[in-house]
Each structure stands twice: as structure tokens, then as C-alpha cells.
Design a protein around this ligand. Sequence first.
Ligand code: S3P
Length: 167
Amino acid sequence: MGHVWLIGMMGSGKTSVGRLLAERLESPFYDTDATVEANAGLTVAEIFDGLGEPRFRELEGLAVRAIASQDDGVVSTGGGIVLDSSNVDFMRESGTTVLLDADVETLVARIGAAADRPLISGDPKRRLREIASARADAYEKAADLVVDATCSIEHVANRVEAACSDS
Ligand code: S3P
């Protein structure tokens, strides 16, 4: 059935849900941020700081392409993956995209101080609200399936599993 690509805002639970789901399905787990960091030898925050967001987006695009060609698995993506429609094409061609949908209050509660997320430093709640509204269309267009992610990680994983097996 191809990869399960988890997309959605920072704090929507993509990494925790992805790890749990991959474990349950006994399939590989991939993470675009972790791939970018391993390839660059720098953290996401260091890349934003030292090389700038455009370079981060290039590296992120390369990570999507590299993961797309690996064995089927569950993929946690960076929240901005949908900003480049060619990333979306690669994800959909190699599997199913599942949007983890959560309100800003849930995102803030999951993220806390967000020291490692450069785009929301300062005032996470305000920034998350702005980013969520700027990206709402892109997420909707990119999603094959949408799952309500305003509940526990276990429940979200159940919902993703059920949605994928129904589709
Ligand atoms: C970003 C989300 C982050 C990371 C980077 C940019 C975004 O990943 O890729 O800080 O643009 O939404 P998570 O969604 O895993 O936090």
C-alpha cells in the first residue's frame, strides 16, 4: 500500500504517532527532519540559523525524495512539507498522506516552550495560529485522509490505522 505519510502542524503528534504506528505495523519509521539533520550534520535549528529557511526547504525536499524510494513505512514529516507542491506529488505517488488535524490549543499544549522550533520562537501560540491559517489550504489539498488528532497518541494511531485500512 506504500508509505503512510503523516502531515500536519508542529505539535500535531506526527513523530509520536508515527513511531507507535510503525511499531504496531512492524514497518520502518522515517522522519524527514531527522533525515535532514543526519544528512546536514546539523540540527534543524542550526540549519535555520546558519543557512536559512530556503536551504532547509531544499534539504527537506531531498529527504522526501530519498524516503519515497525506501521500503514502505510510516513517515513523520516536518510541518512545512506541504509548502512545496512537488513534495506533495512525491508523497502521494509513493503512498497515502494522512493529515493529523488539531486545534491551536492542542498544538500549544503538546509543544510547550518550543525552543527547538525556530518558526515559533517568541510567542508560540500566536505564531502557530498564524502558520495554521496560512497553511490551511495547503494541508487540505495535500491530504488523502484527515484524522482528528485532538486526543491521546494511542487514539490517534488507532484512527490513522483504521482510516488507512478503510481507504
Ligand atoms: C516546521 C516544522 C518542524 C521543522 C521545522 C519547520 C514547519 O517540524 O521541520 O522547524 O515549517 O512547520 P515538526 O512539524 O516536526 O515540528
